[in-house]
Design a protein around this ligand. Structure first.
Ligand code: SF4
Length: 99
């Protein structure tokens, strides 16, 4: 069985690691250009799926970008609901592709 730290070992491979783009961690919703710059990095991230799936398992993840989608804007916001739906679809598509 892996340790709690093993659970997040995927973060060592994250494409955003070491970047200083505030969109990844900000409580404030990034502007369109900042969001596009950050999600472009997610687009080439080798652990995008793992990142998004971890965000789906914890509803308190309400800050920044996870799996290529902005999850801020409030726990019950429409923007968050749309991002969660997109992450679920991304996860389901990846599972289907893997079969
Ligand atoms: S998907 Fe995006 S936010 Fe998640 S680890 Fe990769 S680059 Fe970072």
């Amino acid at each position: 069985m892996g340790s709690v730290n093993d659970r997040y070992a995927w973060q060592d491979q994250s494409a955003c690691r070491g970047t200083d783009l505030p969109a990844f961690t900000s409580h404030r919703q990034p502007g369109r250009r900042a969001l596009a710059a950050a999600t472009a990095i997610c687009g080439r991230c080798p652990v995008r799926l793992e990142c998004g799936e971890d965000a789906l398992t914890d509803p308190t993840f309400t800050v920044g970008i996870w799996g290529g989608y902005y999850l801020g804007g409030g726990q019950y916001s429409r923007a968050r609901a749309e991002s969660v739906a997109a992450l679920r679809a991304q996860s389901a598509a990846a599972r289907e592709h893997a079969q």
